[in-house]
Every structure is written in C-alpha cells, then in structure tokens.
Write a protein that binds this ligand. Structure first.
Ligand SMILES: [Zn+2]
Length: 74
C-alpha cells in the first residue's frame, strides 16, 4: 500500500464532499489528530480516521496474513 500525501488526502476529501453534498450530508473537514496508537499527529479525514497512515497499514498487513482455508478440495 502506497502512502498518501497530504495533497492526495485533501483531494479525496474534496471528492467525498462533492458526493456527500449531492446526497445532502454535511461536509467533512479534515483535521490534525493524534494517532490512537503511536500518538503522532497526522492528517485525519474524519472522526472515523483515528490511526495514522503507518499504524492503519500495519493493521491491514495483519489482515493479509490471515489465510483462508479451502474446504472440500482434495
Ligand atoms: Zn500511528
């Protein structure tokens, strides 16, 4: 997973807000938060975004490690 730059995040946020505006949802504002895991400040796209880029990518990597079993294949 590539790291997103601040510029890219702001563009994503703007695109999201265009879509949100169309369905009548309030505009989201990006803000600087401190990561819940490592306490470093990072650019958060919303209240759901509480982990910095590096911490959230660690979680995603862990998910990738979980392998699925094939059932019923000889
Ligand atoms: Zn972090």
């Amino acid at each position: 997973m590539k790291k997103r730059t601040l510029q890219q995040k702001k563009r994503i946020l703007r695109d999201l807000n265009v879509a949100r505006d169309q369905v009548g949802l309030p505009t989201m504002k990006g803000t600087t938060r401190h990561c819940l895991k490592c306490s470093r400040p990072f650019f958060s796209m919303g209240s759901w975004n509480r982990l910095c880029e590096s911490c959230s990518s660690v979680i995603q990597k862990r998910d990738d490690v979980v392998e699925t079993y094939r059932v019923g294949h000889p």
